[in-house]
Write a new protein. Sequence first.
Length: 557
Amino acid sequence: MEVKKISEEISVAPQIAAADLKKIKDAGFRALICNRPDGEAPDQPNFEEIEEAAKKAGLETRFIPISGGMVSDEDVADFSQAMQALPKPVLAYCRTGTRSTTLWSLSQAGKMDTSEILAATQAAGYDMGGVVRRIINNGKTPTDEGDAFFDVVIVGAGAGGVAVAASLKSRKPDLEIALIDPADIHYYQPGFTLVGAGVFKPDITARTMGSLIPKGVHWIKSAVAAFEPANNAVILDGCRVVKYSRLIVTPGLKLDWDAIEGLTDTLGRNGVTSNYRYDLAPYTWKLVQEMKRGRAIFTQPPMPIKCAGAPQKALYLSADHWYRTGVLDNIDVDFRNAGGVLFGVKEYVPALMKYVERYNAALNFFNNLVAVDGAAKKAWFDVAKPDSEKERVEVEFDMMHVCPPQVAPDFIRVSPLADAAGWVDVDKESLRHVTYDNIWALGDVMNAPNAKTAAAARKQAPVVAANIAADIDGKEVAGHYDGYGSCPLTVERGKIVLAEFGYGGKLLPSFPKFVLDGTKPTRAAWILKEKMLPPIYWKAMLKGKEWLAKPEKVTTK
């Protein structure tokens, strides 16, 4: 436990444990404020446990949880009231102490000089430069006047963001459009699977962000802290405010590696890998080549996840290499899926099952990875079969490919744009927000019940662009999204089962059956995946060329 003093009245600390309360009391503290929500990490004691130990130690407590994203004005008011009511000195804590320090800094706005606040927090090891604007504004979020204004603001410059910017600019060249994204590199994520199989080199799946921003579109290289949709404002880190007439939200989702105990400590070593990360996909291929015997586990977490076929793609391509090199008989291939089916659209399952049988892969459904000890080569799964008690099982491995749990980004989940599950709440056909009619969303972050794939974003971008252009012109919705998604299931090197489907699992093939039957493994689908889709992505989708992606027009009766 590392306590850092900010003033005579308050100190801050990272996460504490119940066993620390006697030391805290002995150090002279008389009260405790918890600024961390319960359940933020698997090894975190909940507030009830801390509160019980605090009472035994004779300490007063307050619970003011701050969930990621930006500290609200209401949170600051609650913190100020607690500081007034509690006996001093007070110890406030969160995960690292930053949230507690931020709350104190904002609560002192107007009471202390800004320079004094910054000096006190800097001496304690916390940089509050990102909230200087709010401190100067008496601790409140300024949204009445923006630092910049654009006709359209797009949050996120991934596949959906760049594509919709290009599509919208082609329709309305005079629009002032801003893309907000802090990343330097843009990744072609569908290529990671082939990197993990030794087909692609990693560098062909990455390009500099600056080279992809459409001409005439402003790039704001910053992270988003919060949304103020009532004020048509996006608040950036540092509390800069960008205002808009229309907003598009497409920041993707969050790969929640920390949700699995021990995983981040062992990723990239001890035989633990994942094709969901650019820097780890080459390690997958290294492990596959080196493995000659033992157990290889491939995991899939609960839905939703991006590209639901990706975990088993890694299995098929790895097993195919072992099959071709004559070592498959010495390797136990183990697929552990938190769900209850191999693939969600039944028409593709027969072809996939033939490869499961070919590779003699064990299918273990309702198995959710919860912990890993890489050095010991052990993993733990919660098994929750229907009508059975949940049990935890321990499994040894020599290689493990992990698909991490996936959630909406923190700043989305805590925003007014999110539904109860944390995803941006949209109409599934128009992709317009259900509450704010000047906001649209696309890509992995929204709650439409479609597969989260790059192919889905390729179809969604023109729909959003067409509908915003129509809205600007005062017209009705111009296009609708049918839920299209595509998952090229790489069942062996050189063959793919090309799954294409929409809402409700309806098959939506792009080609006639005599050209390409997606329910069967074909060489043609492999050529499409390896040779054609990358240039279509870089040179068409991200350039606003809507090949095989023009929005279906909406007709009124």
